[in-house]
Design a protein around this ligand. Structure first.
Ligand SMILES: [Zn+2]
Length: 79
């Protein structure tokens, strides 16, 4: 039986489909009985999915957008 720490150590390989049959089985057995790790894996999955939809080029645009929004907040519109 895996410990939670071992599961965390294997988690990215598990999500990438890099584990062998035995290891994958061990992870699944652990997940079946451990709520915390189920939640952890779910969050990892969501994070990976979000990161995959964000190409690197988008990030500078987001930064400048955030900057503009911050400036607008600092300078209230004049009447
Ligand atoms: Zn666990």
């Amino acid at each position: 039986m895996l410990t939670c720490q071992e599961l965390v150590a294997h988690s990215s390989d598990f999500l990438d489909g890099q584990l062998g049959f035995r290891e994958r089985l061990a992870v699944r057995v652990h997940l079946a009985s451990c709520r915390n790790c189920r939640r952890f894996i779910r969050q990892m999955r969501v994070t990976q999915a979000v990161l995959r939809t964000l190409p690197d080029e988008v990030i500078p645009e987001l930064d400048s957008l955030a900057e503009r929004l911050a400036q607008q907040r600092r300078e209230p519109p004049q009447d």
